[in-house]
Design a protein around this ligand. Structure first.
Ligand code: 13P
Ligand code: SF4
Length: 304
């Protein structure tokens, strides 16, 4: 059944010239039919170069908006209109403008998990895989980092030469994990390496053997000589790694590490998008797109 649906999507996307991009939090059956799957940074880079005129973004809204900003003449479809990212919606533009007025010599560095509107007031964007590198590279010594306080703390600890103002936002999925839970899983799996996404709290990050983006975690686990891993990010990564490395063992840090928004998209949704009858076409006001794209272009310039 799944295979039939996948074959249908693959055939239709070839016939209709549709590119399917999938974030690594998508389930295995969707990643299998994607032209490309990866972390937010890799998807942004890919979005600039895909040859097709229609792109279906299997992920959440800010990811589809990023594709649209970089490829304004393409038709960009979000796989399921309900797929948002709660962190991206946490702050409005006015709050950040107020901070900018209070701290005029600070650069606003925005995690890419932000709305298009918020990106219009950011100087540069970062992703979890590029944040440290970019904060080191930008000329400004003073940084307002939005919206994730956990990623911000991770960056601050790794870029001690700069000054950071952090705001109190974050991912409800990752930030809910406590250090007690993490210690308990580590104690139960003494031979496993602990791999963590920097959206987890600093106390959990402090217990990690490796901290990285979704793609970074997958890469580390595949290349590592170790046999067992505790995966401190969305549980789709456990599924992908188990497919890729059947002889290794992967344990979820918590059964609660499930992003509801990343689970909304199904294979039938993707089929409807490819047929042109589903998903949501991303439309951005040109004034917003033009004001927001600069910080993404800068991210690609510094992060490459
Ligand atoms: P990545 O930057 O690792 O792709 O993560 C995106 C995300 O939403 C993590 O929760
Ligand atoms: Fe947003 Fe968290 Fe879901 Fe990532 S895991 S998309 S940051 S809510």
């Amino acid at each position: 059944m799944v295979k039939d649906l996948q074959q249908k999507i693959l055939k239709l996307k070839r016939e209709r010239g549709v590119c399917i991009l999938a974030h690594s939090y998508m389930p295995e059956d969707i990643c299998e039919i994607a032209d490309f799957s990866g972390d937010s940074y890799a998807l942004a880079i890919k979005a600039k170069t895909v040859p097709q005129n229609t792109v279906v973004m299997c992920g959440v809204r800010f990811m589809a908006e990023t594709v649209k900003m970089l490829s304004p003449h393409k038709k960009v479809i979000l796989s399921n209109p309900s797929a948002g990212c709660p962190m991206a919606e946490q702050f409005g533009k006015d709050y950040i403008l107020q901070l900018k007025r209070e701290y005029p010599d600070h650069a606003v560095v925005a995690y890419v998990n932000t709305t298009a509107e918020l990106k219009t007031v950011a100087d540069v964007c970062v992703t979890s895989s590029s944040a440290v590198k970019i904060c080191k590279a930008i000329p400004q010594k003073n940084i307002i980092f939005i919206p994730d306080i956990n990623l911000g703390t991770f960056v601050k600890n790794n870029v001690p030469e700069k000054n950071f103002i952090l705001v109190n936002g974050g991912c409800p999925v990752h930030s809910g994990i406590t250090k007690e839970e993490a210690s308990a899983v580590k104690n139960a799996r003494p031979n496993a390496l602990f791999l963590v996404h920097p959206e987890c709290s600093p106390e959990v990050v402090a217990l990690a053997d490796f901290v990285g983006s979704t793609a970074g975690i997958m890469d580390f686990a595949q290349k590592s000589g170790a046999e067992e891993f505790i995966i401190g990010t969305e549980n789709a990564i456990v599924e992908h790694l188990q497919y890729k490395c059947p002889h290794k063992k992967f344990y979820p840090l918590s059964k609660e590490l499930i992003c509801r928004d990343m689970k909304i998209t199904t294979l039938p949704d993707v089929l409807n998008c490819v047929m042109g009858t589903g998903g949501e076409e991303i439309v951005l006001k040109e004034s917003v797109r033009a004001a927001a794209v600069g910080c993404i272009e800068k991210m690609i310039e510094y992060g490459g």
